[in-house]
Ligand binder design. Sequence first.
Ligand code: ADP
Ligand code: MG
Length: 321
Amino acid sequence: MSDENIEKEACLTDLPGIGPTTAAKLEEAGYDDLMAIAVMNPADLSTIADITEATARKAVNAARKLLRLEFEDATEYLKKRQEVIKITTGSSNLNQLLGGGVETRGMTEAYGAFGSGKSQLAHQLAVNVQLPLEKGGANAKSAWIDTEGTFRPERIKQMSDALGLDYEKTLKNIFVARAFNSDHQVLLVEKIKDLIKNGEPIKLVIVDSITAHFRAEFTGRGQLADRQQRINKHIHALIRLAEAYNIAIYITNQVMSDPAMMFGDPTRAIGGHILGHGSTYRMYFRKGKKDSRVAKMVDSPNLPESECIFFILEKGLSDEE
Ligand code: ADP
Ligand code: MG
């Protein structure tokens, strides 16, 4: 049985010690499926759900059993790793920086100033994910949560034309939703889950940008903790989606270009370390010499901190000018 099937069949109340009231409490806190419970530590679960630690431990273990997250033999492990697809960015420099491309079962974040290329990469990935595997795609569709109204069908046309793809088809394979506020943005992740459950072969989810609404809505200093917590929950929901359905998540995060306007390290994304913690791959984009873009890998668990150069052309992302 695949992860998907288990998720459809079992729910929180199937776990020992978790009744409807406790389940509702957990759902309210953003822990709404078995995977979320399976990866928790029992002490946290005990606090959040207001149950004893012994009960929490039993529930976590049961969730792990149901999802078969206990030890698995190495062939199973290999199979999961082999399922990971690396989607090409169109620039082999950038692919190399990312260890091959934007990975499924993980989250890739680009942060940087306005105009640094974050949304351009989003457009390119939405096109490239549709390519066959041997061309660096996943033969699949994408879902795009647009928070700032920066999705451009014309840009998709330029990129799909350059790859010799049928523009109408390419556009049909991108589900776009404009998120009107942060609550709506969070809700849209659930809608993507519904699309997948209805059989849509989605292998890429884009959130451009992840932070804008949260930043606009939670402005006071006293609201910072609340803002972080909500972003954190949203990110965890996205990561769970990536793991349950072998999907690549690409998120963008805008930071100010003028270091004098920022407190502290200008290369730190707003969203702070919580966002850094959740991301599998985190890149910092900036403008370089002669219209180039510089991407720097930061905070990756398995890749070195390094930099590369790429260009944004009419045909899309490229190594050359
Ligand atoms: P952000 O990081 O703010 O999301 P974008 O990804 O939208 O920035 O990048 C915008 C930049 O991309 C523009 O300033 C321009 O340099 C480049 N760009 C956008 N469209 C094209 C195009 N059709 N041809 C060449 N370059 C383009
Ligand atoms: Mg943008």
